[in-house]
Write a protein that binds this ligand. Structure first.
Ligand SMILES: Nc1ncnc2c1ncn2[C@@H]1O[C@H](COP(=O)(O)OP(=O)(O)OP(=O)(O)O)[C@@H](O)[C@H]1O
Length: 734
């Protein structure tokens, strides 16, 4: 006799086979209930007419497989764990159910005023009640999700009229308010460029549709650390009463900690973790646990990512999922080989084996319109590097050899929030011009810039293998053709290819025009010469180069697959050329090479003999472009500083301090380890600080009282704008 479980399994197999026929496959237990019909009208429970109008107006005639598989389940009463390739439409797969659930829930009725809502007596929702929380690991991704939601809500008349409370306008208002508050407080970190960012955003605002419509509405609020202060966030929350919060973990947690923000069982519906595996990584663990502890257990939870499975093992318990349905949408390999892939079918995933410095030659060839190695010259390119310092450095010197037709933009986590916003907006905005984004893994996940046609991993694969397919996935999105190129060094690094095959992300060799090794070497030398000339123009760039080189080596030691990526295998002279260094940095990994002169033989690590080709450099006359900086350097030099720029007395002080701390014993440790020690110390310091904070209930009470007073003021509407700002500032909440 065939059991119910067997029947269910058989149905799942049939469903999977049907989905596979369309190139994508929904599998695992989700397949049993997921629909294979890609018609938006086929969803049960059916979508509201305005949502159907929204998706068709956006040009989405059919659901993508992940949407067809996920939405009926998430709209129903299921928790979901969704894994689907990059660019497959996961954002709408969670936003549509979140919006539908909220609009259908009884808890979303209008604000109660004197017991009777504006639109009828049945209104139940109270001020400050949140219905959904969407968490993203990065600010850029949170902004993107928020924007997609706004574009949906523009079709929902009651929500569209309230959008200034949580829309792009609010961001501009937030920025303005924070700026004013900071200016009044004479804070140092205000940057001139913020004005420009505001102008950019202001210009991009479209007039919102006007409507007299009333009824349940959705108001989102975007919560990002950095640009606006948490006091401004709270003020906006109180003023606009949003019911969906979208943000990064830290700022979300801060707002949810306020006594005026309520996530009660009667109002709260859904929690979404986008890029769930990243959020469940250790870095976010504490904050995520705090957020989840503030949400009612009775809720729906959805985890979404292109690499969710690793997270599922360790993170399910923490996220409080209940009997989740796991939905896996996979892609079949080319040529009907029956093999699954974890990258989109529209993405051509390739690699080039090349020594560090020869990559510069290939990069120029790839980008060059006449000699491009690709069928069509790429227009929008993302180049991944291993560290923020490398991004900063190469952003200063790449213009010396990449084709002039490309505009270069940099983006990394050590830039100020405003620089990040501005640069990101710039890259997205370059529509007609060719552009390159130089970035780190900050931009590896989630970002949807459909026009990106090429991704280059110039520094090799990321330290975390999960980031590999997220990086590649910035191209070849939503069925558009795209290409990704991975650079690997000859030798042991080529073993990474097998590693990728095992992880179902196969890459194939990029077919290059055949050129003699001598040509590659000569052209590379010419590029390096040009880069060094650019470095010589400013001492500050030389310093950046040293920092970038050290950071790159440090990142290399952090590879999860350390059996493949070993510092002992590094071809140091090639790397020094690739970074166009003028001098060799003083780092333990290169101790025996210190003091390297032009074309000198030095023993690396005591065993390998290496030759560097360093140009002559007079550090005493090597000037900063910045006049003030150069003036103080010269003054220090005249006062007896070394040409490297450090006063002998300072060196002596540092040595004494080191010996006092017993640091001398650790002198031989690699920089990477020392840095780790420092980070550990920082972490311990942070923990002690947090503990101290927790033991100050009196301060907590004061803060709460201040918040309450502020709420009263805002409610009564009596407080003038300036007074409000002044009040916040005096209370130290900004
Ligand atoms: N039904 C649809 N039909 C066509 N295009 C769609 C559809 N749904 C979404 N898209 C488009 O697909 C692109 C990728 O969507 P989205 O950013 O949600 O992908 P994702 O799966 O979240 O990717 P990642 O894993 O990289 O975050 C977007 O540009 C989006 O507008």
């Amino acid at each position: 006799m065939v059991s119910a479980a067997d029947r269910k399994k058989k149905a799942a197999r049939q469903e999977a086979a049907r989905a596979a026929a369309t190139g994508n496959r929904a599998s695992e237990n989700g397949a049993a209930t997921a629909t294979s019909n890609s018609d938006w009208n086929s969803i049960k429970p059916s979508l509201s007419p305005w949502l159907l109008e929204a998706v068709t107006s956006m040009g989405f005639t059919k659901m993508t497989p992940v949407q067809a598989s996920t939405m009926p389940l998430f709209l129903g009463n299921k928790d979901v764990v969704v894994e689907a390739v990059t660019g497959s439409g996961k954002t709408l797969a969670f936003l549509i159910p979140v919006v539908e659930r909220l609009l259908r829930s009884g808890g979303l009725k209008d604000v109660v005023e004197d017991g009777v809502g504006k639109n009828g007596p049945e209104r139940t929702r109270k001020r400050g009640q949140v219905g959904a929380v969407i968490i993203s690991p990065t600010r850029e991704l949170a902004m993107q999700i928020h924007n997609v939601l706004l574009s949906l809500l523009a079709f929902h008349a009651p929500s569209a009229i309230t959008m200034p409370g949580g829309g792009v306008r609010a961001d501009v208002e937030n920025i303005r308010e924070s700026r004013d508050m900071r200016r009044e407080g004479k804070e140092q970190d205000w940057e001139e460029e913020e004005e420009e960012v505001m102008n950019d955003i202001t210009e991009s605002i479209e007039p919102l549709p006007k409507s007299e419509a009333t009824g349940p509405r959705i108001t989102p609020q975007l919560l990002l650390g950095g640009i606006q202060t948490s006091a401004v966030d709270l003020k906006r929350f109180l003023a606009y009463d949003p019911n969906i919060l979208i943000g990064t973990p830290g700022r979300l947690n801060e707002l949810l900690s306020s006594p005026y923000v309520h996530c009660t069982a009667e109002s709260f519906e859904v929690l979404v973790l986008d890029e769930a595996d990243r959020l469940l990584d250790l870095g976010f663990e504490d904050t995520l646990t705090k957020i989840i502890s503030k949400l009612p257990k009775q809720r729906r939870t959805g985890l979404f990512s292109a690499t969710v499975s690793d997270a599922v093992v360790g993170g399910l318990v923490r996220t409080g999922l209940r009997n989740p349905v796991k939905i896996v949408v996979k892609v079949m390999g080319e040529g009907g080989d029956g093999k699954e892939k974890r990258t989109p079918a529209s993405l051509e995933n390739t690699y080039i084996v090349s020594s560090s410095h020869h990559r510069l030659y290939y990069l120029r060839q790839i980008l060059s319109p006449n000699t491009s190695l690709l069928p069509t010259p790429p227009k929008k390119v993302i180049i991944y590097l291993s560290s923020c310092a490398s991004v900063d450095y190469f952003a200063s010197i790449f213009q010396s050899f990449i084709p002039k037709s490309y505009l270069l933009v940099s983006l990394h986590g050590k830039q100020s929030p405003n620089t990040r916003s501005k640069n990101f907006a710039k890259f997205i905005g370059f529509d007609s011009q060719k552009s390159i984004l130089l970035t780190t893994d900050l931009a590896a996940r989630g970002l949807d810039i459909p026009a990106v046609d090429l991704v280059i991993q110039l520094d090799g694969p990321p330290a975390d293998p999960k980031a590999f397919l997220h990086r590649c996935g910035r191209a070849g999105r939503a069925g558009r053709r795209g290409m990704a190129i991975l650079f690997l060094r000859p030798g042991r690094e080529e073993e990474y290819l097998d590693f990728l095959t095992v992880r179902k992300t196969p890459v194939k060799k990029l077919q290059l025009e055949s050129v003699s090794e001598q040509t590659v070497e000569d052209e590379t030398n010419e590029i390096v010469r040009g880069m060094r000339e650019a470095v010589r123009k400013d001492r500050a760039i030389w310093e950046k180069g040293l920092q970038a080189f050290v950071s790159h080596v440090r990142a290399y030691t952090k590879h999860v697959t350390q059996s493949i990526f070993r510092t002992t295998d590094i071809d140091w002279p090639s790397l020094v050329e690739a970074y166009a260094l003028l001098t060799i940095p003083s780092m333990p990994e290169l101790r025996s090479m210190q003091g390297a002169k032009k074309t000198s033989d030095i023993s690396a690590g005591g065993s390998t003999s290496v030759t560097f080709n360093l140009p002559e450099l007079d550090l005493a006359t090597f000037a900063y472009k910045d006049r003030a900086r150069e003036k103080s350097r010269l003054a220090a030099l005249n006062a007896g500083a070394t040409p490297y720029g450090i006063m002998p007395s300072e060196i002596a002080r540092r040595i004494a301090a080191r010996e006092n701390r017993g640091e001398a014993q650790r002198r031989n440790a690699a920089w990477s380890n020392k840095k780790e020690d420092n980070e550990g110390r920082e972490e311990r310091r942070g923990k002690r600080k947090r503990k101290r904070e927790m033991n100050r209930p009196e301060e907590e009470r004061v803060k709460e009282r201040e918040w309450r007073e502020l709420v009263e003021e805002v409610k009564k509407g009596k407080m003038e704008e300036n007074e409000a700002k002044q009040g916040l500032k005096l209370n130290g909440l900004d």
